[in-house]
Design a protein around this ligand. Structure first.
Ligand code: RTP
Ligand code: MG
Length: 155
């Protein structure tokens, strides 16, 4: 047998404000094989939301995006899985739910997003962003060895 071993990777996922069916989304995350290594509900300040999406500061939608991200609690998640960054992007589907319903009807955005702005979920776009955003939201958790345990197992 020839096989490849991919070490577990982590990504930052966010269930954005006013998203319906958060529990269904969390169940789906676990059903898709992600371990929920960290979970907290946070209301971002305007400054935090601007920092979180600073890569988009010159986009025409930046102001609306910041308004959206700080208007209620976000559920912040660290997800662990082989190839977690890309797998979580695939689970979310395209940014625009119209496109998601065409090309990825099983994706979370196809099912739960309202529109291209209020699109239910966020995921880091690459491993460097994942590391930075996990640190920004959760602080230094890199040395904590319980990371690969699912929180549900502790309940
Ligand atoms: P995210 O960063 O939230 O995971 O989303 P993404 O990579 O799929 O899309 P990105 O281009 O990074 O955009 C970040 C978020 O900005 C909002 N957006 N609005 N009105 C618009 O045309 C527009 N385009 C993007 C969405 O909330 C998007 O997720
Ligand atoms: Mg993005």
């Amino acid at each position: 047998e020839i096989g490849f071993f991919f070490p577990p990777e982590q990504t930052l996922a966010v269930i954005k404000p006013d998203t319906q069916h958060k529990e269904v989304i969390l169940d789906e995350i676990r059903a898709r094989g992600f371990t929920v290594s960290r979970l907290k509900d946070t209301v971002l300040s305007r400054e935090m939301a601007e920092e979180f999406y600073k890569e988009h500061r010159d986009e025409p939608f930046f102001g609306q995006l910041v308004d959206y991200m700080c208007r209620g609690p976000c559920t912040m998640l660290v997800l662990t899985k082989e190839n977690a960054v890309d797998e979580w992007r695939a689970a979310m589907g395209p940014t625009d739910p119209g496109e998601a319903r065409e090309t990825a009807p099983e994706s979370l955005r196809a099912r739960f997003a309202k529109d291209i702005l209020q699109n239910a979920v966020h995921g880091s776009s690459n491993a460097a962003h994942a590391r930075d955003k996990i640190h920004f939201i959760f602080g230094d958790i890199s040395s904590e060895n319980e990371l690969i345990c699912d929180l549900e197992a502790e309940e």
